[in-house]
Write a protein that binds this ligand. Structure first.
Ligand code: UDP
Length: 237
């Protein structure tokens, strides 16, 4: 039985790359681990889903038709496992207990995804890192995050990203874009908000899972959000 608050934090692969734009910046890993530790120290159960965009994305890999989309997607899922191993290391390097579970079996590298086992780890205060996306092509790690958050009965999904919330237009292109502190699932779906794909939002709606979009580089933000201060983010609910 879940006794404590439980949260799933999704980190994009791209965010791990830092200035380089590619690969894994260990200082960013360290920052993420320190932010996660603040949650564990506050007695919050934490699961993580990580993307793979810093290494490869299926659609991009398949762009010129040499690599099939499905194979490109499997390559993308493997990329999330590479990132997952890195995050597990970073968590352990600061004394947290972590378990990597992959949607694609890789026994030498991590556990297989077994939801009951994941829940047990969380109850014991271990951070569970879910890698391998959903294990299926044509999905994103945002959808994987929504799926896993629903499966483990998380109180919320936090999408920790490079932007600080959801805007009515692309803030990179339109300086007058307004940030939306909250938005309904239906509006997010009808406007196809860029920060999260429709499949993920539809699944969150069905499972009444709130999605919080926040800037991952804002220190203490994750903890503040879970404690109810959502001033620096946007919520889809
Ligand atoms: N992917 C997939 N199925 C999933 C999750 C991910 O096929 O359930 C593939 C897909 O090709 C995707 C890549 O893995 O482009 C990396 O994930 P994503 O692009 O979501 O990573 P992020 O944008 O968060 O870094």
């Amino acid at each position: 039985m879940k006794q404590r608050k439980r949260v799933l934090v999704k980190f994009s692969g791209e965010a791990l790359a830092g200035e380089e734009g590619y690969g894994i910046d260990t200082q960013i890993l360290k920052f993420i681990a320190d932010e996660i530790k603040k949650l564990v120290d506050a007695d919050i159960e934490v699961a993580i889903v990580v993307g793979g965009g810093n290494i490869i994305r299926g659609v991009t890999a398949a762009k010129d038709g040499i690599i099939k989309r499905t194979s490109g997607d499997y390559m993308g899922m493997l990329a999330t496992v590479i990132n997952g191993v890195a995050i597990q290391e970073a968590l352990e390097s600061i004394g947290l207990e972590a378990r990597l579970q992959s949607a694609i079996d890789m026994h030498e590298i991590g556990e297989s995804f077994i939801v009951r086992r994941a829940r047990r780890h969380l109850e014991k205060g271990r951070v569970v890192v879910f890698a391998g996306g959903t294990g299926n092509p044509y999905f994103t790690t945002d959808t994987a995050a929504t799926l896993r958050a629903s499966e483990i009965d998380a109180d919320m999904l936090i999408k920790a990203t490079k932007v600080d919330g959801i805007y009515d237009k692309d803030p990179m292109k339109f300086p007058e874009a307004k940030k939306l502190p909250e938005i309904s699932y239906d509006r997010a779906l009808s406007e196809h908000i860029r920060v999260m794909d429709d499949t993920a939002i539809a699944l969150a709606k069905e499972n009444k899972l709130p999605i919080v979009v926040c800037n991952m580089f804002e220190p203490d933000n994750l903890k503040r959000i879970i404690e109810g201060d959502t001033s620096l983010c946007s919520i889809v609910h």
